[in-house]
Design a protein around this ligand. Structure first.
Ligand code: RM4
Ligand code: MN
Length: 392
């Protein structure tokens, strides 16, 4: 085998093994605080959301699980939902707790000054672990809207204590093989101080909690200009990167399709993943999408997002690691940068098309979905009923 054959072999193998998790809420209606534009064919319940996620997997072959959001995806029988998923060819993935939509949570959930509200919020986290037991999910993903709008509104240190206490109780409830992923966000809905604003805060709590608590990076949750790949490298090195919520942003938490706003950033992130040997399932890094498709059709938008992650990954895998290391050792700044840019500028679409064809898939998932008639089917079938959205 020549060196280039060996490279191609390694790249193909890694791409074949890649897994990307879709999000149930990406299939429901969403919008901004100004307007939610309803779309035809949108799922009316978690079963229909899972069916749509399964379609994404059918056409891409690399999206075999779908994350749930509780209570948006509340059902009477979670084991039955898991069976339905399996029948459709997918599994239920991370369980996302939702402690940000009740009136009680105006001043916070797990950090609320009122112990009764904190109790209610922690009980919801525990309920989410019950759901995981029934679905077979590995990850409990926690994002807290908690924070304060004004200096002096509440005691920042006391809120950290309350957060630590809540996380500890949920952590101790985890079963074998289950993990807690702690997400951070710079601002919104709190404008002065979020209780988990950054990776450092999330990391500090995870470190205290133990091995099964890890940080999740939502790519839309940073200040503009933040070097996200640096965070990836540091967390990976510390064994504390639990996964990603992928999306794109131009301004704030825009939740646009990953790789749409800044494909170069996505490549840089995936380069650190490859460098840290964290692409495969053994690394425990979960590659999840957390997006909302406000104006574009949802299923093709998720397919496009999955393909964007694949393309960035393929480019990252093509980085000539030996040449890069040699240039770095020699202090050859331009050569080192050129190695990365060469890989980034490679058109990997033919390679991915070939891999799909080898796997018995259509080389062009977008066109195959459009031809499949699935949209026409759900548009006809899903008339009437209440469409899923952030309030359902
Ligand atoms: C939050 C956060 C969570 C996601 C919700 C929908 O901003 O990103 O991960 O579950 O939005
Ligand atoms: Mn997120």
């Amino acid at each position: 085998m020549t060196q280039s054959e060996a490279t191609r072999d390694r790249v193909e193998q890694a791409l074949r093994a890649q897994r990307i998790e879709t999000a149930s809420w990406a299939f429901g209606n969403s919008g901004t605080r100004f307007k939610v534009f309803a779309q035809e064919g949108v799922p009316r319940d978690p079963y229909e959301k899972v069916a749509d996620a399964a379609v994404v997997h059918r056409f891409t072959g690399v999206a075999p699980s779908v994350a749930l959001h509780i209570p948006w995806d509340r059902v009477d029988d979670y084991a039955d939902l898991a069976r339905h998923a399996k029948e459709q060819g997918v599994a239920l993935g991370a369980v996302n707790a939702n402690v940000f939509q009740d009136d009680d949570y105006k001043l916070g959930s797990v950090t609320n000054p009122d112990p009764a509200v904190r109790r209610k919020a922690v009980d919801h986290l525990l309920e989410c672990v019950d759901v995981m037991d029934a679905t077979g999910s590995r990850d409990l993903k926690l994002w807290f809207s908690d924070g304060i709008n004004y200096p002096g509104q509440d005691d920042v240190r006391a809120r950290q204590d309350r957060l630590a206490e809540a996380l500890r109780e949920a952590y101790d409830r985890l079963g074998d093989g289950q993990r807690m992923l702690v997400e951070y966000k710079l601002f919104e809905p709190a404008f002065y101080a979020m209780d988990v604003p950054d990776w450092g805060t999330a990391y500090a709590h995870c470190l205290t909690l133990g091995e099964r608590a890890q940080v999740v990076i939502d790519t839309g949750h940073h200040a503009p200009g933040t070097n996200i790949e640096f965070i990836v490298a540091v967390l990976l090195r510390a064994g504390k990167l639990g996964g990603f919520d992928f999306n794109s942003r131009f301004y704030a938490d825009d939740d646009l399709m990953v790789g749409a706003a800044d494909p170069f950033q996505l490549f840089r992130i995936m380069h650190e993943i490859v460098r840290g040997d964290a692409l495969g399932p053994a690394s425990g890094v979960a590659f999840m999408l957390d997006q909302c498709h406000n104006i574009e059709p949802k299923i093709p938008a998720v397919i496009r997002s999955v393909m964007n992650v694949q393309e960035a990954t393929a480019k990252a895998l093509l980085v000539d690691a030996d040449a890069l290391a040699a240039a770095q050792r020699a202090g050859d700044v331009l050569a080192a940068n050129a190695v990365l840019m060469d890989a980034y500028h490679t058109d990997v679409r033919p390679l991915l098309a070939e891999l799909r064809a080898d796997a018995g898939l259509d080389p062009d998932p977008m066109a195959a979905y459009a031809r499949s008639g699935y949209f026409e089917k759900i548009r006809a079938e899903r008339a009437g009923g209440r469409q899923a959205g952030w309030d359902a």
